[in-house]
Design a protein. Sequence first.
Length: 94
Amino acid sequence: MAIQQSRLERENLEAHVDLCAERYRVLEEKLIRLEDKVDDLSEAIGKMVEKQANDKAATNKLVIGAAATVIAGLLSTVVLLLLNLQTVTPLIGQ
């Protein structure tokens, strides 16, 4: 973006100083808005990271719970088979 200098600005130092001050004020405002946007973006990313970590922890709990359920089911089946084997064994021996 090229800044157009007027003839008055080139010839008058005071006009040049005033216009430069205005340009810097506008630039400062733009930088402040940009900084605010970056801060908002940073905050949003932080929230996303936190939510992702919470979701991962919840998923891990779900998987561990499902695995524990399967193991408990298999273990109870083995115990039931062993108990039935003990009641059937005396009958086989006769």
